[in-house]
Design a protein around this ligand. Structure first.
Ligand code: HEM
Length: 190
């Protein structure tokens, strides 16, 4: 499961870096975002780095035997979430698909920043199991970038209306991830 998630995360992250280089296709709904520049570049840089780095933080051998690498990547992950999350909140207010989609992304961005902040607070207080649980929640939210990009082509294949599907996906790309994260945390605790 880890390899699959890491591979999907890396593909989506590396493809997203195209916004930094200004190359490749930009979907029409993104071009129509009212707050595109400079926020999409900040968002792609931060959020994609969080997606790229995140999976490695869950490798037990790296955590146990290379704590310096874990702490360094952890700082990169948190800084990337901060940049990706704040810019996501700005982008959410400019979404061309309307307020239902905008609210979905704003709620996701708020949950992402909150989970990551609590995870940092827990490790600063020395509460390692709670830090682990909140980082699972944080990364489950980071993975919304992957689930969104799996659902979008599916709805297109099913011939569904793009704007209506997009409004649903703005919520569906992360709420089920939260349920899976809680099940995973529950199974790990027992
Ligand atoms: C988890 C919280 C996230 C939130 C709240 C969020 C929010 C947003 C919003 C509002 C937009 C503009 C959508 C529109 O105008 O229709 C956007 C676009 C984008 N986001 Fe995120 N995002 C998140 C995570 C990520 C992650 C982890 C990545 C990593 C790859 C990412 C990469 C992108 C890219 C590349 C775009 C441009 C659209 C595209 O080319 O597919 N986002 N995001």
């Amino acid at each position: 499961m880890w390899s699959g998630l890491a591979a999907l995360s890396s593909v989506v992250a590396l493809a997203s870096y195209r916004y930094l280089a200004g190359v490749g296709p930009v979907p029409p709904n993104i071009t129509a975002n009212r707050h595109l520049s400079p926020w999409i570049v900040i968002h792609a840089a931060g959020a994609a780095t969080a997606l790229l780095v995140g999976p490695w933080q869950f490798v037990p051998a790296l955590r146990g035997r290379r704590p310096v690498i874990h702490r360094t990547l952890g700082r990169v992950y948190v800084a990337s979430c901060a940049a990706g999350g704040v810019s996501a909140l700005v982008l959410a207010t400019g979404v061309s698909a309307g307020p239902i989609a905008g609210a979905g992304f704003a709620a996701l961005g708020t949950a992402w920043l909150t989970a990551t902040t609590i995870a940092v607070r827990e490790i600063l207080m020395g509460r390692v199991p709670a830090h682990h649980r909140w980082m699972i929640r944080s990364f489950a939210l980071t993975l919304s970038a992957v689930t969104l990009r799996l659902y979008l082509p599916l709805t297109s294949l099913m011939g569904l209306d793009f704007t209506i599907s997009y409004r649903v996906i703005a919520w569906a790309c992360w709420l089920p991830n939260m349920i899976v994260a809680e099940l995973f945390i529950g199974a790990a605790d027992t």
